[in-house]
Design a protein around this ligand. Structure first.
Ligand SMILES: [Zn+2]
Length: 182
């Protein structure tokens, strides 16, 4: 349980700086990070709505607004180097998906925590700037993913999203999935 030793920002793992993709500030690996390591523990003020592109959803009706040091600078990538593991109190921990080299920009996919973009969300229909070859083009929320992609990424998402990617619901009756996302 080494992850519980520190609350919030893990300063031993990341530093802040300007994103090369024009996203403003973001985090960079301060050192080589091993696959599976906890890179960041998100925390912050609890809010009821997705009021800002900085907020991170932690349950159907709860979002947290992290500070600069607890996840507020996290950016999206369609091919992220970190994923979400739900931690204490449903707060997301950011885990290295692969080995990350010192100096690499830290990112995750926003669909790993956000079920659906709410009105007023900055990410709604926003063009993705992650610059990877397989970029989705826009930043998707979880409800916008194909049933196949939901299932494929089940181990990378917040616990509360996992119920939306059961094989029975997604494969056998995609229309039900669609109906619940609108
Ligand atoms: Zn992208």
């Amino acid at each position: 349980m080494t992850n519980d030793k520190k609350e919030g920002f893990n300063r031993s793992m990341v530093i802040t700086g300007k994103s090369k993709n024009g996203y403003g500030f973001t985090y960079f690996a301060k050192r080589n990070i091993k696959k599976g390591a906890c890179v960041l523990k998100c925390s912050g003020k609890l809010i009821e709505h997705q009021t800002s592109h900085l907020s991170i959803q932690i349950s159907p009706n709860q979002h947290i607004l992290p500070s600069k040091w607890t996840g507020g600078y996290l950016n999206h990538s369609c091919v992220p180097n970190c994923y979400i593991r739900t931690g204490t109190g449903d707060l997301p921990n950011l885990i290295a998906m692969r080995n990350i080299k010192r100096g690499e920009e830290i990112n995750y996919a926003f669909w790993m925590t956000e079920y659906k973009w709410q009105n007023g969300s900055a990410e709604k229909n926003i063009r993705c700037k992650c610059s990877v070859v397989s970029c989705d083009g826009i930043i998707h929320s979880f409800s916008q993913l194909s049933p196949r992609k939901k299932l494929k990424n089940k181990r990378y998402i917040s616990d509360y999203l996992k119920k939306f990617c059961s094989p029975v619901t997604d494969v056998a009756s995609p229309s039900r999935t669609k109906a619940s996302s609108r």
